[in-house]
Design a protein around this ligand. Sequence first.
Ligand code: NAG
Ligand code: NAG
Ligand code: NAG
Ligand code: NAG
Ligand code: NAG
Ligand code: NAG
Length: 401
Amino acid sequence: MKLFILLASLFLTLSTVSSSLQQYQAIFNFGDSLSDTGNYLLSSARPFPINGKLPYGETFFHNATGRCSDGRLMVDFLVTEESGLPYLPPYLGLEKDQNVSHGVNFAVAGATALDPEFFFRRKIGSSLTTNYSLSTQVAWFKKLKPSLCSTKQECDDYFQNALFLVGEIGGNDYNYPFFVGRSIDQIIAAVPLVIKAIIEATSALIEEGAVELVVPGNLPIGCSAMYLTFFKNSKKAFYDETNGCLKAFNTFAEYHNSALKRALWFLKLKYPHARIIYADYFEAAMPMFVAPQLNGFSRGSLTACCGGGGPYNFNISAWCGRVGSEACEDPSLYANWDGIHLTEAAYRFIANGLIHGNFTTPLELTSSALIAIGLIHGNFTTPLELASSAVLQLGHLQSMD
Ligand SMILES: *[C@@H]1O[C@H](CO)[C@@H](O)[C@H](O)[C@H]1NC(C)=O
Ligand SMILES: *[C@@H]1O[C@H](CO)[C@@H](O)[C@H](O)[C@H]1NC(C)=O
Ligand SMILES: *[C@@H]1O[C@H](CO)[C@@H](O)[C@H](O)[C@H]1NC(C)=O
Ligand SMILES: *[C@@H]1O[C@H](CO)[C@@H](O)[C@H](O)[C@H]1NC(C)=O
Ligand SMILES: *[C@@H]1O[C@H](CO)[C@@H](O)[C@H](O)[C@H]1NC(C)=O
Ligand SMILES: *[C@@H]1O[C@H](CO)[C@@H](O)[C@H](O)[C@H]1NC(C)=O
């Protein structure tokens, strides 16, 4: 009852916000290869990374920039087309005294939400392509902050118009174990930890002054050429007939997403002044897989544009850019770029959905929302409660290996 009164008083003080994404003066991005605009390449974690040469970057920049695509990424569209800002400079490429007032990109391809120690303890640390996990990226931001604003008032004013994109991040925390053949039980057990890492990073940014935050969920990984190739199955029942994707992996992505959304509600309760927006990458991307032709992907959305053969044009021994691989003639007709990353056309499609569709919803502390998540008139459910239907479907995964 006490909680209810507290919440009820919250509703009264909250002004309603209509538009989901607005124009910003600055954007700070955290994440992995879905939004890395050069950090991985600059970190030179490995010699001659493939995203450092063509055909990566062939479409728009006509040169490899370190983006894992043929061209621009979602973050590029959000920054330039929606906010009219210059492309975000990658953090690791900043020069001394560079003016970063319009924002910075901290994302690193291969990055995980959990720290590397987690993977080293589980003997898959050697698979990691970078150690620059989410907490490192947040530490970079803290280090940079004094060059953005100094007094409390100055920082408050500055952050009022600054957007923080926290992710997509977490996808790699599952990709690594899935591709070394870890059991689904082990991977499901990691979900609460991955969510916790994302929430901790988001809290840390709010504590630093962020008030506008977008936290995206995972993409439908069951539609990725790499998953479709690795987990190919002769049983038709494993595939979703509406889109040809692997059902169990999409269910897993949705499980992560619903756990994340739930955890974000708890974060919103803790920081009612922050505008926390969940970005539904999964649903925003889905029309592309369900109706590729209608959405301009005339070569289909499952087959990679650039690859080394096989039913989905994905061959781990002939990765896009390596000997034995070839890029398609026109990447704009494909959604999948290199097996795991998407084409510029696909990123544009999803970004459009996020900007113009209803896939970015600011969490609002309304009574109906709180009832829906079980905070009022219900039991205090944990953020990580697993819907029973999801559990049933996840059973399929186990029978796949
Ligand atoms: C292309 O990118 C490479 C590094 O990725 C850089 O050294 C080169 O100068 C770039 N070329 C052009 C024409 O921008
Ligand atoms: C940085 O750039 C912004 C916007 O272009 C400008 O308003 C600001 O004065 C610049 N800061 C410095 C220290 O030059
Ligand atoms: C990550 O850190 C570990 C331990 O310090 C090191 O052995 C490994 O080479 C690092 N990995 C990368 C990709 O930098
Ligand atoms: C995958 O690539 C390797 C190396 O180029 C090649 O030997 C093999 O035949 C390819 N597999 C398929 C299915 O195309
Ligand atoms: C979002 O829009 C789609 C159709 O454009 C509709 O089916 C769906 O119910 C909407 N979702 C919400 C939460 O409004
Ligand atoms: C709350 O939990 C109890 C015990 O688990 C259960 O019996 C009851 O039906 C639940 N109530 C609601 C509203 O979910």
